[in-house]
Design a protein around this ligand. Structure first.
Ligand SMILES: [Zn+2]
Length: 423
């Protein structure tokens, strides 16, 4: 269902961009290879810290910086990723100029009762920091790979990755801004929001309010002047002593996998004067504090493919170690092997009754209740659920006596049972 919609979206987006092309909005591509581009980023002057660098809108150096990887490249790449059975692709909203912002969701079947963690990653807020998107691509490759690491990640995590958060900025060759010339990174507390901020924040909000909130949120950037990768560390003055310890643990867990390629946790310390209400991480901290490990990652510029490989490998293994996940195999002897909807109890019932069901794999689940005429009276569940046994209370205090039907829909499975209300 999602996939069909997405295909239409991709086609429309391509058409839309072509139209814009004809309006000369998009300068003809001169540089095609991303690595050529990365060299350009590397030698471009003044691209130093994520926090402080400002580009002049009319700086002609942008013209030579096609950044090597434009929106069309992403659309082509999406078609390739779409072939993976582990990837679902959705548009989470649109940019100022109407380009869809794409989010990949990567997960496996997850037929177990072990804890599952949600990880959100967004990249290329700053268009010229193309290495952040290259690193995200490598992360995606690891996640869908047919390997023990890929399997473990898909089994225990739900990953959401936005590879290009600022597609207009990429096409306009801006260093840091969107089409309204606003730096999306610094405007998570500015109202009204830029459409890109609105789209991503709404998505993150939806996840945070779900039964599986985001546990780790990575904001991927690139520092053109850095010799190694690093994280932007949040000082205790802007967070808490506990979060400082958590950050040290997280960064060290990642760094353990590539000590020579990643700076130590205290390389770039921010928020020393408090928490500035500007960044996505600030938003996570303000609303969810220690419950989310929200950090900016800065990738150093490189043309070496192995460098991206090492970064992605370290990040993913670091996440696994930080959350103390082992590749244990769970005893699944009492695990349901199918979808089942059970008879409610008590039945008949006089005000409330319990309805139980089992789902053997993670999926989108609908549980709805109808009266004897087939009119829907309640819809207790319409959401994604993990594999497992579930139990809900059907409260019928405000409903008249009579026969009710409850229906479970998961995937292609549908089952209906009858409940009798007798007050
Ligand atoms: Zn940046």
């Amino acid at each position: 269902m999602y996939q069909l919609t997405d295909r239409i979206n991709v086609t429309e987006s391509k058409r839309m961009i072509k139209k814009k092309d004809s309006l000369n909005l998009i300068i003809e591509k001169k540089v095609k290879l991303s690595f050529v581009l990365i060299i350009a980023v590397c030698i471009a002057p003044n691209i130093i810290a994520q926090e402080d660098f400002k580009l002049d809108k009319f700086d002609t150096t942008h013209e030579i910086l096609n950044f090597g990887y434009g929106y069309d490249s992403l659309l082509t790449q999406l078609e390739t990723w779409r072939q993976s059975p582990h990837i679902t692709i959705d548009s989470i909203g649109a940019s100022v100029l109407g380009r869809a912002i794409w989010m990949l969701t990567i997960r496996g079947m997850q037929s177990h009762f072990l804890p599952i963690y949600r990880v959100a990653i967004h990249a290329r807020t700053h268009p010229n920091e193309v290495q952040s998107e290259m690193l995200s691509h490598r992360i995606i490759e690891y996640l869908i790979e047919d390997s023990p690491l890929g399997e473990l990640l898909r089994d225990r995590f739900v990953f959401h990755i936005v590879p290009m958060y600022n597609p207009d900025g990429v096409e306009l060759r801006y260093g840091r801004q969107n089409a309204n010339y606003v730096d999306l990174e610094r405007n998570w507390f500015t109202y009204p929001h830029e459409p890109e901020v609105e789209a991503l924040k709404n998505k993150y909000l939806e996840f945070m309010e779900s039964f599986l909130p985001i546990r780790i949120a990575l904001n991927m950037h690139g520092d053109g002047g850095a010799a190694k990768d690093y994280f932007v560390f949040h000082h205790e003055n802007g967070t808490s002593a506990q979060f400082v310890e958590d950050q040290k643990k997280f960064i060290t867990a990642v760094r353990n996998y590539w000590v020579n390629g990643i700076h130590d946790w205290n390389y770039m310390v921010s928020w020393t004067d408090g928490n500035p209400l500007v960044y996505p991480e600030s938003w996570f901290w303000e609303n969810y504090a220690e419950s989310v490990m929200a950090l900016t990652h800065e990738k150093c510029p490189t043309q070496n493919d192995a460098h991206y490989d090492s970064s992605a490998f370290a990040l993913l293994n670091g996440i696994i170690d930080y959350l103390e996940i082992t590749s244990e195999v769970e005893d699944i002897s009492d695990f349901p092997e199918m979808f089942s909807l059970y008879q409610n109890y008590p039945n008949p019932f006089n005000s409330s009754t319990r309805i139980e069901f089992s789902i053997y794999k993670s999926d989108f689940v609908i549980l709805e209740i109808f009266d004897a005429l087939g009119i829907k009276v309640k819809e207790p569940i319409r959401q994604e659920l993990f594999a497992g046994n579930y139990s809900i209370i059907f409260n019928a205090e405000n409903l008249p006596n009579g026969i009710y039907y409850y229906r479970l829909i998961v995937d292609n499975f549908t089952q209906i049972k009858k409940a009798i209300l007798l007050k």
